[in-house]
Design a protein around this ligand. Structure first.
Ligand code: TMP
Length: 253
């Protein structure tokens, strides 16, 4: 069989040319990295879980009219997505202080924020993805004012959706990151939520105990990452049919 054309290999995913024009196959690897790849491990099953979880969130968003790149899942590790032109910004939404916000501003982790706070980081590994302001984004033409307005609106809708879905699973959505891409319909451009939404790109705390169920388990050496992600998948009813996350007996009512 002819090998697909590799487009890009990142830290956690590989992109291949898709079967139809304007599509891409997104392959989820088991690699876990933190601190701009300063820390690296292979976590068996992570790619399978993130493929399923990102499908679950993106398909759910599509279903409520929040446009995403997701088309369909192809197999355990791959999904078909729309090819987009990625805007070189990470859009972070925070509901509760944690991580870099707590460090930068000296606000204790776990402090609820008075309203969702949106931040933009310039996607540049060599620079360590620095925090940037709208002034930088406009001056350097990374996005237009209209793009910025649309990104904020998208990010807030994703926040409402994800917060609600998580709450139903006994999970508090502390913060998350999305990436946004452009697609063209003739002369008109539309923005889509792209990349992935998974416990790699969210902070998720158990609502009762505060237990971390996201990549901080790996960043901070708090236990087995695959166990945390499996727990998120289990609570959301997103379970791979086989493999580590799918094994074991199930209660039948
Ligand atoms: P931060 O507190 O480290 O800035 O992270 C905020 C949120 O963004 C957190 O849910 C993790 C996510 N994130 C990524 O997905 N990728 C990144 O490169 C960074 C820095 C954060």
């Amino acid at each position: 069989m002819a090998r697909r054309k590799l487009i890009y290999e990142g830290k956690a995913k590989i992109l291949y040319e898709g079967p139809e024009p304007g599509t891409i196959v997104q392959y989820f690897k088991d690699d876990a990295t933190a601190g701009n790849a300063a820390k690296h491990a292979v976590v068996e099953g992570k790619g399978v879980l993130n493929n399923r979880l990102s499908e679950f969130f993106m398909a759910g968003l599509n279903g409520i009219g929040v446009p995403t790149h997701f088309i369909r899942r192809l197999n355990m590790r791959e999904q078909l997505v729309h090819a987009v032109e990625i805007i070189p910004l990470e859009v972070v939404v925070r509901n509760v202080a944690a991580g870099s916000l707590s460090e930068r501003l000296g606000i204790e982790e776990g402090t609820p924020l008075p309203r969702p706070i949106i931040e933009f980081y310039f996607k540049d590994d060599a620079l360590g993805d620095p925090l940037v302001t709208e002034e930088h984004i406009l001056a350097f033409n990374w996005a237009s004012q209209q793009d910025l307005d649309d990104m904020v609106a998208l990010a807030l809708r994703v926040n409402d959706f994800l917060s609600g879905v998580m709450l139903g699973a006994g999970i508090r959505l502390i913060d998350f990151k999305i990436e946004v891409g452009r697609v063209w319909d003739g002369d008109f451009q539309r923005l889509l939520v792209a990349d992935e939404i998974s416990p790699d790109s969210c902070r998720l705390w158990d609502i009762e105990t505060g237990q971390k169920l996201d990549k901080d388990v790996f960043r901070r050496d708090l236990g087995e990452l695959a166990d945390a992600y499996t727990e998120v998948a289990r609570r959301l009813g997103v379970m791979p049919k086989q493999g580590r996350a799918g094994g074991g007996p199930k209660l039948v009512h």
